[in-house]
Design a protein. Structure first.
Lengths: 176, 272
């Protein structure tokens, strides 16, 4: 069995997780993975066995994702705003305060959806996919310092958006 | 190995992500023990990591859609390790279906399907399918948690294509399905989607009332045909009634109180 195809296939489950976390829609995510794998296969000559195939595949997927987001940015920004508001309102309506974990996850998910894509990619590579800082920097072809600052901003944004779960809910209720 | 020197809050991030040497780690821990604000930040970042896993890890457990295998021969040859058992059981059930198909000969399309679904699966599963899992409340709850907060893509097929939705999911699940109407109870159909499960395709229908409360009905194939009464399950504020009826397991899931949900489950049951 072809070493390249074998490694490629092994990467599929985690690529699907990464893609799903980026777009939070199963079929969009699988489209993204499919594009990535096809591109990977088409350009397999570029890989030449140097470095980690996994890193290379994540780079392809990340780039496709960024290009797609930039392509329909206006549309995307509009909808992503309404999304998270609706999410939080729904969560507030359905979950009393004792349901901290479920509510936290909903807030976290909504907050991730609102992150700038560049920050989101770094956050997911490091925290979800378990990449080292160096691997994340290689994958996204960024200096280590940029990786650190984006990670830091993403984490602080999420912290602020999830810390006041109770207050957030009441604020929105009042506005409503 | 660790050429990079982390400073300031980078040091705290590097601590959370396991990027520090033992000596550096010790120093950070000492710092945290006397700086509660930083300790709180670190704890909150660690919680984020756990939260991300809780939200998204399930994707690695799913059966991979066949169209994702780029080189055709791959699909059967190398299932990723974590999926080995499920894959086997699905392939096993396909082989079983094919064998049975030959055995019953050309008795016609849908009839054959039904024969397979209602009568033969239990017999076949004992021999070939080894990883059947009839506990479908957990996947039903997870699917509920994942999709009900979605504003943009709560479902794959919207309610305006209801008849297409019913036909499509019936085909995929190989059982004729009808979509219960819960509008008398104030819940309108939002739509539905196909889901992977350890028993092959599963389906989820989503409903929403005027207050934007959403409930989901989850259906999955079971290894044997049986009928049971309603059973009740609770996870935090999420409640579920589930039961078996014929080849399917049903779970009605929502953040409603038990009486309301039980009444809705009755409605669903009556319409099946």
């Amino acid at each position: 069995m072809d070493e390249f195809l074998e490694q490629l296939t092994k990467a599929i489950p985690t690529l699907r997780r990464y893609a799903f976390a980026l777009v939070r829609d199963s079929s969009l995510a699988d489209d993204l993975v499919q594009d990535c794998l096809e591109k990977g296969l088409a350009h397999r000559a570029q890989w030449r066995g140097e470095g980690n195939l996994k890193t290379w595949l994540y780079r392809i997927l990340s780039n496709i994702h960024l290009n797609q987001v930039r392509a329909d940015k206006r549309d995307f920004l509009k909808t992503s705003d309404t999304t998270s508001e609706a999410d939080i309102t729904a969560a507030a309506a359905q979950s009393p305060a004792n349901q901290i974990d479920h509510l936290y996850l909903q807030d976290l998910e909504a907050a991730i959806a609102q992150l700038p894509e560049e920050q989101k990619q770094i956050l997911l590579l490091v925290c979800l996919e378990g990449f080292s800082y160096q691997e994340a920097a290689t994958t996204l072809e960024l200096p280590l310092g940029t990786v650190m600052s984006r990670l830091s901003r993403a984490r602080e944004t999420l912290r602020h958006k999830t810390s006041g779960t109770a207050e957030t809910s009441t604020n929105i209720r009042r506005v409503k | 190995m660790n050429k990079h020197k982390f400073e300031g809050s980078d040091l705290l991030h590097a601590y959370v992500d396991g990027e520090l040497t033992t000596a550096e780690k010790k120093r950070v821990e000492l710092w945290l023990s006397t700086h509660p604000e930083d300790a709180e930040r670190v704890a909150s970042w660690q919680k984020q990591t756990l939260g991300l896993r809780a939200l998204f890890d399930h994707k690695t457990e799913e059966v991979i859609p066949p169209q994702l295998f780029p080189g055709e021969p791959l699909a059967v040859n190398i299932p990723p390790p974590s999926l080995a058992t499920r894959k086997t059981s699905r392939i096993g059930s396909r082989i079983a279906a094919a064998v049975l198909w030959l055995a019953i000969g050309g008795s016609g399309g849908w009839l054959g399907h039904e024969y397979l679904s209602y009568n033969s699966v239990p017999f076949l599963t004992s021999g070939i399918q080894t990883t059947q899992n009839d506990d479908f409340t957990q996947p039903a709850l997870e699917a509920h948690w994942v999709y009900t907060p979605e504003a943009r893509h709560p479902v794959e097929v919207l309610a305006n294509e209801e008849s297409h939705l019913a036909k499509w999911l019936s085909n995929r699940m190989e059982v004729p399905l009808s979509i219960p109407d819960l509008s008398t109870a104030g819940f309108q159909l939002v739509g539905g989607r196909l889901l992977p499960s350890s028993n092959g395709p599963a389906a989820q229908f989503m409903y929403q009332n005027a207050d934007k409360n959403r409930i989901t009905l989850y259906l999955s194939r079971q290894s044997d045909s049986k009928e049971t009464a309603f059973r009740y399950h609770e996870a935090g504020t999420t409640r579920a009634f589930y039961w078996y009826d014929g080849p399917l397991g049903y779970a009605l899931v929502g953040e409603l109180n038990r009486q309301e949900l039980s009444q809705l489950a009755d409605f669903v049951y009556q319409q099946l």
